[in-house]
Design a protein around this ligand. Structure first.
Ligand code: SAH
Length: 257
């Protein structure tokens, strides 16, 4: 018979891991998708999302999954990264290159600890890039945090599924550690990626209206706004305040027109 205390601990672990999603963007080699499923299953992660995979389903994916094909069967497919992460309150990008200088790049360990303190109803996505070129700057701009597995500086690019394995392991270690005491205090969900993206669009619309922003010459404003807002881990109620303020400006403009 199983010990009831063990059951509760297992349940808590699978709840903590259950809100995590691995997102693979435009994977070229189906074998990497299978190996990712295997890496996930060994660490108790279940939800895989695929953005425009080159070949899937595929025999090579199933072979490399080595028994983790249940994860492949329920993997979701998406046309864009924005769609794959729309309901997530926390989106973490990964990069092999220390190129993302304007963004504080964290270790998977620091990220995993931060993720475990999120409100339990907040979904979290970890996003992995293309084998050849990684994630684009536009895709990284959709992320609230960026992590890099610390490697030798002269040879920093891991195989995709191996990168997933290391991150999944860190998440499992963090989930196995004692539940953070502070969890009970604030359970208000973070705004989802879709809510945040809509708010940024609204902000750009109003900026255009007051002639602060010219979409014909955007420079880097949209990218920078994404970074600014995504860095703030906004809660749903905070996004509502921002949108309400923007609507008030729009209405004032209309009343004066
Ligand atoms: N030449 C590409 C390498 C992509 S490797 C580039 O320079 O970006 C494919 C994917 O594996 C990356 O997009 C990332 O998601 C993951 N990956 C590989 N090495 C990594 C590392 N050191 N840290 C974090 N993620 C890594």
């Amino acid at each position: 018979m199983t010990n009831p205390a063990e059951n509760t601990a297992d349940q808590a672990l699978s709840e903590r891991l259950g809100r995590l999603r691995i997102v693979l963007v435009e994977t070229s080699h189906p074998g990497n998708i299978g190996a990712t499923a295997r890496a996930m299953k060994t660490m108790g992660l279940k939800r895989l999302a695929l953005v425009n995979p080159r070949e899937f389903p595929s025999a090579a994916a199933t072979a490399n999954a080595s028994g983790a094909d249940d994860i492949l069967h329920v993997a979701s497919r998406h046309e864009s990264l924005a769609e794959a992460i729309a309901d997530c309150g926390m989106v973490v990008g990964t990069t092999a290159r220390p190129r993302y200088l304007e963004w504080p790049v964290e270790s998977p360990r620091a990220m995993a600890q931060a993720v475990m303190t999120l409100p339990s109803n907040t979904h979290c996505a970890l996003v992995f890039g293309r084998e050849q070129s990684g994630l684009s700057n536009e895709e990284l701009a959709l992320c609230q945090r960026v992590i890099r597995i610390p490697t030798d500086e002269t040879f920093s690019s891991l195989n995709l599924a191996q990168a997933v394995q290391i991150c999944a392991y860190e998440l499992r270690l963090a989930a196995l550690a004692e539940a953070p005491l502070k969890l009970a205090t604030d359970q208000e969900p973070l705004a989802t990626a879709k809510e945040t993206a809509d708010a940024i669009e609204h902000l750009l619309r109003v900026m255009e209206r007051v002639e602060f922003y010219n979409p014909a010459r955007p420079k880097r404003l949209p990218d920078r706004l994404h970074r600014l807002i995504n860095r703030s881990d906004l809660k749903r109620s905070e996004v509502r305040i921002l949108r309400g303020f923007l609507t008030a400006i729009e209405e004032l403009g209309q009343a004066r027109a």
